[in-house]
Design a binder for this molecule. Structure first.
Ligand code: ATP
Length: 549
C-alpha cells in the first residue's frame, strides 16, 4: 500500500530526490565540519606552525558556510515539491469523490471521510519528507562516516557500522507500532464522527436530553484514540532512547579502540578525538529514524483508506464517449428497475411513465414507493439496471451525467445551502445572473421581502446548510435556485415541504407559471400541485405502475 502512495506522489519524486541529495550534502557538510574541527583543535594543542593548520581552518570555514544554505535549500526544495504533490493529490481525491456523490459517498461516514481527505492525504507529505528524506540522509551519512573511519582504523569502522545497523534495527518496534495504525485510525475516525455528530446534532441532542450521553460517547472515543496514540508514542520514545544509548556506546567503543591503536603507535595522536566525534556525528541523522519508522508503519493504513476512496465504485457508470445530445425535453420511462446496490431490494421495479414535452406531471405515491429514486435516476445520480429512460430520444445511460444535468435539474432531497451569502447561494445555479433575475427568482418563492429585510440583505451569510433560516425559508431558497437554473426539464421533489398551505399554494402557482413551456416533474401530494398539473401519476403502494387519476 505504501507503494501505492509512492505511485500517487510519482510526479513529485524527481524533485524530492533532488531535495534528498541536498539534505545528504547538508548532513555530510555537518559531519565534515565536526571532524575537521576536532582535528583542528587536537592538532592545535600540539602547537604546530600556523601554516600546518591553514587548510583545516579554511575547511572549517567553508563547511560552516555551505552547511546553512544547504539546509535551507533542502527544506525549500523538499517542501516546495511535497506541498505541490499533496495539493495535487487532494484535488485528485476530491475529483474521485465528485462522481460518488450523493449515493456512492454515503458509504463513508462524514467525519471519517474528512479524516481521509485531510490526514490520509497528508500521509504523502510525511512519506516523502519525514520518511524518505531522513532515511536517505541517515544511510548516506552512515555509509560515508563508516567508510572514512574504516579507512583510518578498520576495527573502529566495523564498530561504527555495527552501532549504526543496531540503531536502524532498534527502530523496527517503532515501525511495527505504526503498523498497528488501523486500530488507531479507526479510533480517530470514531472520535471525529462522534465530534461531528455532537456539533451537527447539538440541537436535537439537547432537546432529547441525550447531550450528556453523546458527550460521554465522544469522550470515550477520545480516550481510546489517546490511549492508542500513547502506546505508539512509547514505542517511538523507546526507539529514540535506544538510538541515543547506541550513539554513546559506539562513540566510547570507537574512542577506546582509537586510543589503544594510538598507544600501540599505529595511529596519529590527533585522530582518536576525530574518530570519536565522527562516530557521534554519524548518529545525528539516525535520531530522526524512530519517528520516521513509526510514521512509515502508519502510512500503509492511510494509503489503504485513500485507495478505498479512489477505487470506490461509482453508483453511476459513465459512457465511454461524449454520447448523443438529448434532442428535446420529453422523457419516456419504460420498465424501469433501480436499486441502491447489488442485492438490495428494488426501489423501482418496472416503472412506466411519460413526461410530454412542455407539460407538468405531478407524481404522487406512498412513502417509500420510489418517487425520489425516480428523480435520482433522471438526474443520473443512480444507475438503472433494467428498462429504458429516454430523454429527448437519447437513452440516459449513454449520455454523460454532466450533460444530462444541463437538461434536467431542479430541487432534490440532496440539495444543500452553502455557508455563504444569499446571493452566492443563488448564483451557484447561474453565475452570470444579474440582480434583476435574482430578485425575480426570490419574489417567485415569496422570499424577496425577507431577504431585503435582513441586516446584510443579499450579503447575509446563511450558516451551514441554511442554519440561520427556517425550514420553509430554506426550501424556498433552494426552489429559487432551481428556478434560476432554468433547465429544459425541471424536477421538483416535494417543493412545498415545510410551507403553510396558503404560501405553498402561492409559491406553486408562481413557480409553475415561471416554468411554463418547460417539462416539469412535480413530486408532491399537495392538492394545489395535483390541481395545477396537466397530468397526475401515482406510484401505487404495492405496485410500480403509475395510474392516471
Ligand atoms: N440512499 C438510499 N440507500 C438505500 N435505500 C434507499 C435510499 N434512498 C431510498 N432508499 C429506499 O428506496 C425505496 C424508495 O425510496 P424513495 O425515497 O425513492 O421513496 P419516496 O417515494 O420518495 O418516499 P418519500 O415519499 O417518503 O420521500 C425505499 O424502500 C427506501 O428505503
Amino acid at each position: 500500500m505504501t507503494g501505492r502512495l509512492l505511485r500517487l506522489a510519482a510526479p513529485a519524486l524527481p524533485r524530492v530526490c533532488a531535495a534528498a541529495a541536498v539534505a545528504v550534502g547538508a548532513e555530510l557538510a555537518s559531519i565534515g565540519l565536526t571532524a575537521t574541527a576536532a582535528w583542528l583543535i587536537s592538532r592545535a594543542a600540539q602547537q604546530p606552525p600556523i601554516a600546518a593548520l591553514g587548510l583545516a581552518i579554511v575547511g572549517v570555514r567553508a563547511l560552516a558556510l555551505v552547511r546553512g544554505p544547504l539546509r535551507y535549500a533542502d527544506r525549500l526544495l523538499g517542501h516546495d515539491a511535497v506541498l505541490a504533490a499533496v495539493a495535487d493529490l487532494r484535488a485528485r481525491v476530491f475529483a474521485a469523490l465528485v462522481p460518488l456523490a450523493p449515493h456512492g459517498s454515503s458509504v463513508f461516514r462524514g467525519g471519517d471521510l474528512l479524516t481521509r481527505f485531510v490526514d490520509d492525504v497528508d500521509a504523502v507529505h510525511d512519506l516523502l519528507l519525514r520518511c524518505l528524506v531522513p532515511a536517505a540522509a541517515a544511510a548516506a551519512v552512515g555509509t560515508a562516516a563508516t567508510a572514512a573511519t574504516a579507512a583510518v582504523l578498520p576495527a573502529a569502522g566495523a564498530v561504527l557500522a555495527a552501532g549504526l545497523l543496531a540503531a536502524a534495527a532498534a527502530c523496527a518496534p517503532s515501525a511495527l507500532a505504526g503498523r498497528r495504525g488501523p486500530r488507531r485510525a479507526a479510533a480517530r475516525g470514531a472520535f471525529a464522527d462522534a465530534a461531528a455528530d455532537l456539533v451537527r446534532g447539538a440541537a436535537d441532542l439537547e432537546v432529547l436530553g441525550a447531550a450528556d450521553a453523546a458527550v460521554r460517547r465522544a469522550e470515550r472515543a477520545e480516550r481510546e484514540a489517546t490511549r492508542l496514540e500513547l502506546r505508539a508514542d512509547r514505542a517511538a520514545g523507546a526507539a529514540s532512547a535506544a538510538v541515543l544509548l547506541l550513539q554513546g556506546l559506539t562513540a566510547v567503543a570507537v574512542a577506546g579502540l582509537a586510543l589503544r591503536a594510538r598507544q600501540d603507535g599505529g595511529l596519529d595522536p590527533v585522530l582518536p578525538a576525530v574518530l570519536a566525534v565522527t562516530a557521534l556525528a554519524a548518529f545525528e541523522p539516525a535520531a530522526a529514524l524512530p519517528a520516521a519508522a513509526r510514521r512509515f508503519g502508519e502510512l500503509s493504513e492511510g494509503a489503504a483508506r485513500l485507495a478505498a476512496v479512489l477505487d470506490a465504485p461509482a453508483p453511476v457508470t459513465e459512457p465511454p464517449g461524449p454520447g448523443p445530445e438529448p434532442l428535446g425535453s420529453g422523457v419516456e420511462v419504460r420498465g424501469l428497475r433501480a436499486r441502491y446496490g447489488p442485492g438490495r431490494p428494488w426501489a423501482l421495479d418496472g416503472l412506466d411513465l411519460r413526461l410530454e414535452p412542455g407539460t407538468t406531471t405531478a407524481l404522487a405515491g406512498a412513502s417509500g414507493s420510489g418517487k425520489s429514486t425516480l428523480v435520482d435516476v433522471l438526474l443520473r445520480f443512480l444507475d438503472y439496471e433494467d428498462g429504458s429512460v429516454r430523454l429527448g430520444g437519447a437513452e440516459l445511460r449513454g449520455v454523460p451525467g454532466d450533460r444530462v444535468r444541463r437538461t434536467v435539474a431542479g430541487l432534490t432531497r440532496h440539495d444543500r445551502l452553502l455557508h455563504s451569502s444569499v446571493r452566492d447561494n443563488l448564483l451557484l445555479a447561474r453565475p452570470e445572473a444579474g440582480a434583476g433575475e435574482l430578485r425575480r427568482a426570490a419574489a417567485r418563492v415569496r422570499l424577496l421581502a425577507w431577504i431585503e429585510a435582513l441586516p446584510q440583505g443579499w450579503d447575509t451569510v446563511l450558516g451551514e446548510d441554511g442554519a440561520a433560516m427556517s425550514g420553509g425559508q430554506r426550501r424556498r431558497l433552494l426552489l429559487a435556485r432551481a428556478l434560476l437554473a432554468d433547465p429544459q426539464v425541471l424536477v421538483l421533489d416535494e417543493p412545498t415541504e415545510g410551507l403553510d398551505a396558503a404560501t405553498a399554494e402561492e409559491v406553486l402557482g408562481d413557480v409553475l407559471g415561471a416554468a411554463r413551456g418547460r417539462t416539469v416533474l412535480l413530486v408532491s401530494h399537495h392538492p394545489a400541485a395535483l390541481a395545477a398539473a396537466d397530468k397526475v401519476a401515482v406510484i401505487t403502494e404495492g405496485g410500480v405502475r403509475p395510474a392516471e387519476v
